[in-house]
Design a protein around this ligand. Sequence first.
Ligand SMILES: Nc1nc2c(c(=O)[nH]1)N[C@H]1C(S)=C(S)[C@@H](COP(=O)(O)OP(=O)(O)OC[C@H]3O[C@@H](n4cnc5c(=O)[nH]c(N)nc54)[C@H](O)[C@@H]3O)O[C@H]1N2
Ligand SMILES: Nc1nc2c(c(=O)[nH]1)N[C@H]1C(S)=C(S)[C@@H](COP(=O)(O)OP(=O)(O)OC[C@H]3O[C@@H](n4cnc5c(=O)[nH]c(N)nc54)[C@H](O)[C@@H]3O)O[C@H]1N2
Ligand code: SF4
Ligand SMILES: [Mo]
Length: 905
Amino acid sequence: MASQPQITASTCCYCGVGCGVLIEHDGERILGVSGDPEHPANHGKLCSKGSTLHLTGDLDARGLFPELRLGKGLARSRTDWDNALDHAANLFAETIREHGPDSVAFYISGQLLTEDYYAFNKLARALVGTNNLDSNSRLCMSSAVVGYKRSLGADAPPCNYEDIEQSDCVLIAGSNMAYAHPVLFRRLEEAKAKRPDMRVIVIDPRRTDTCELADLHLAILPGTDVALFHGILHILMWEGWIDRRFIDQHTDGFDALKTLVRDYSPAMVSELCGISVDDLQSCARMIGSAPSFLSLWCMGLNQSSAGSAKNSALINLHLATGQIGKPGAGPFSLTGQPNAMGGRETGSLANLLPGHRDAANASHRAQVAEYWGVDALPASTGLSAIELFEAVRVGKIKALWIACTNPAQSLPDQNKVHEALAACPFVVVQEAFFTTETCHYADLLLPAASWGEKEGSVTNSERRISHVRRAVPAPAEARPDWAITSDFARRLEKLLRPGLPSLFAFDSAQALFEEYKYLTANRDLDLSGLSYAILDNQGPQQWPFPVGASHGTPRLYRDGHFPTGNGRAQFQADPYRPAREKRDARFPLTLNTGRLRDQWHGMSRTGTAARLFGHAPEAVLSLHPDELRRQRLQAGDLVKVRSRRGSLIVPVQADDSVRSGQAYLPMHWGNRFLKGLGTNVLTLPDFDPLSKQPELKHAGVQVTKAELPWQLFALVEGNVQMRFEALRPLFEGFAYANLSLTGRERPALIISAASTVAPDAGLLAQIDLLLGVESGPVLAYDDPRRAVGKRVRIEDGRIVSIRLAGETAARDWLKSLWSEGQADADLRRWLLAPLSTPPGAAAGKTVGKTLCNCLNVSEDAVCSGIARGLDLDGLKQELKCGTSCGSCVAEIKRLLATQPIAAHA
Ligand SMILES: Nc1nc2c(c(=O)[nH]1)N[C@H]1C(S)=C(S)[C@@H](COP(=O)(O)OP(=O)(O)OC[C@H]3O[C@@H](n4cnc5c(=O)[nH]c(N)nc54)[C@H](O)[C@@H]3O)O[C@H]1N2
Ligand SMILES: Nc1nc2c(c(=O)[nH]1)N[C@H]1C(S)=C(S)[C@@H](COP(=O)(O)OP(=O)(O)OC[C@H]3O[C@@H](n4cnc5c(=O)[nH]c(N)nc54)[C@H](O)[C@@H]3O)O[C@H]1N2
Ligand code: SF4
Ligand SMILES: [Mo]
């Protein structure tokens, strides 16, 4: 029974900043969310995604009951948990007996909780006996893992968030913090506002919102970071801005590096990186003269065929200047997912084992095997994500368990990934939302509890562990991941090791944590002194936190001692190697991919909240205006983007934040929201030799105009998830189709589609039926000769559904009438006449994007405010934009810098 509103303190389930949230609920349903003022990561702040968590998670999109498919080609049907997990256990046991333990694999996620990870690790390594356990962190953090381990000896970001605020010089490389780590970015903004002498350098081929804070932005050519970092070191050495004492006392390998970087002269580096020698010199000067220097980096470094080299080349700068282990200093890799760190700690990459151990290390294997009470752990090499899906595709992996990740959207080279999933004899998908691209391939689909519904722990970017608390029960039969995994494991062990005591006698998340934590004892990350009770009483804590500790460890390596064999950090001398796909005449553009401000990955959750589409309503390719001119394209044209692996049709926009010769497409689009296999149909599976992290940011592409004269536009209010599911398959036959949500109080599904000729009348009739414009209070005008038609459904004087076919010139006008709740005489006259363009004055009317999602302020409103002479404070006061989460402030500042202030506006 629902009762009085209650508050449960938990964490945000999105990014690695790891903000604390207060969930307001009635014991059954989540009613609201706010920032937890007590949480040290965010002190009460939330970004546009965190603050809208309670608006996401539409039950129509959630998994509620297990579903099983009894044969390829058949539909799945609902089943119960016993049947589901027995079936899976039988199939896994049979496969393992027949083809060996390496014929099965687990592909998991940085969004699982530490306890979930631990259950999967024990399942794969101790029970099944395979190292085929990898996670989406392979696409995300594995280059940082290699970087830290080989340069510093252990996979441990040495800094904390306060160091960022205290630093004199912050270098942000390949990270768009303003979008991807917004609350931490807010903290940096505030620190710089208080100490304007702080220097901020941004290294990113694009001019992102993060650059709004930068004293210097180096728009280097894609993939050239190693050359840049070596070039900076060259100058630091030349100018004597290095710390000889630190190098002598605490490091090895400087001489080899010195020899290498001698060649990276400013002239050569400026040429390679496409930046000026002056900018390069200023960058080196800012670093070399700063009392404290800290670097932050993310996917622009990691997702690269030179990801490990980029990480180590940046860490070299810290070692050469002694900028590590002291306040405001150090190399600080930002983690993407909320518990990417927990995954690394529990050993959830094929090459790792729990407690920062290595699967290839025999004594590490023996330690873990002994702790678990099994004879041995597998010595065979496990497959990393890209290799794993290739092994599935060629039939080596015959049973695949996927949890909390959507590889049919997020892995590179999607044609191959879809082939693999279609070919795999048995695919299990453990998911909170049954709408994802990967769910389509599940033979067994298991409903998982999600945010606010499960308990456990997570570690954020600064090594801080929070207790994730459950506020409400999971819907219907959804269960927490650790419970699903342990239940399956208990059934499997009855078949694989009958009669032996269970390895999985866990009755709570806490039981898993208690068992796991001792595997970290006496390791660099020692968190064996922690417990849920300590986290509850003392708040979130940073590891190491060994037994007997009274508080966590804010900063590592204060004494210059590193966890390598001889206690010294290791310089790495990797030469610069260009990105794998060179630009050539056929593929003259480099495609860069990354995040939008208000969306999360494949959008299974954020894509259920209509307002989160306000800032970026649909998939659009960004090209520099010069590039558009060169290709004779207009903004808004549909283009075919083609790489060596696949192609995609999207509209194009002019965007001078992208340099000529480059293109940018957000990573969020998959086959659900956009027809085709999404952004990753274009990207390449080539990976870094050490980290095996794929090069997701540099694909060679060509762009050509797509001639698709027959266009369709539709908008329909209400029941958006159900309509989405029903309508999406009908657009398979269109060359282009983008589905998304729009609106705030009245969410609507919105569709843009195009093809060369009109679809047959039957298909259009089916679409009309689902849009509710086939009968009832519908105004319609059809011109079958021109294959043009328009239909609008009006209820209680408001538009509730629109369908334009053949020609869509009136779409923006109609959308604005819909959003204003109008259906006036103009509309009726226009509807009943053959005209397709909107009447007179309305012709230019468009619905601009929403800049401030919290207060619902459009870009148009901000621009007209600027035209009236308002500054940032004036805009905040008058329009209220930017006064809540602050995620839009960087963009408002950019508009202030670029919009003309009309003299007599
Ligand atoms: N809104 C939002 N926030 C998120 C996420 C999300 O989906 N949405 N996901 C989370 C996750 S899992 C992750 S991993 C992080 C990712 O966070 P970020 O890494 O900050 O985000 P991206 O947009 O992927 O990429 C960052 C930047 O790298 C730049 N870049 C591309 N190539 C190069 C290069 O060769 N060198 C350099 N120096 N830069 C380059 C891109 O232009 C881009 O601006 O975000 C986390 N936060
Ligand atoms: N082109 C390109 N591709 C990229 C990237 C890029 O920058 N460019 N970035 C890469 C990076 S860094 C990352 S991290 C990946 C992310 O890629 P994915 O891991 O595929 O991303 P998500 O959409 O977050 O997938 C998580 C899934 O888990 C489900 N889920 C949510 N909560 C729970 C839960 O509690 N339990 C279970 N079982 N399921 C749950 C969600 O519904 C969602 O479908 O994408 C990678 N792909
Ligand atoms: S910065 Fe935003 S997305 Fe990241 S944890 Fe905090 S509220 Fe969540
Ligand atoms: Mo990530």
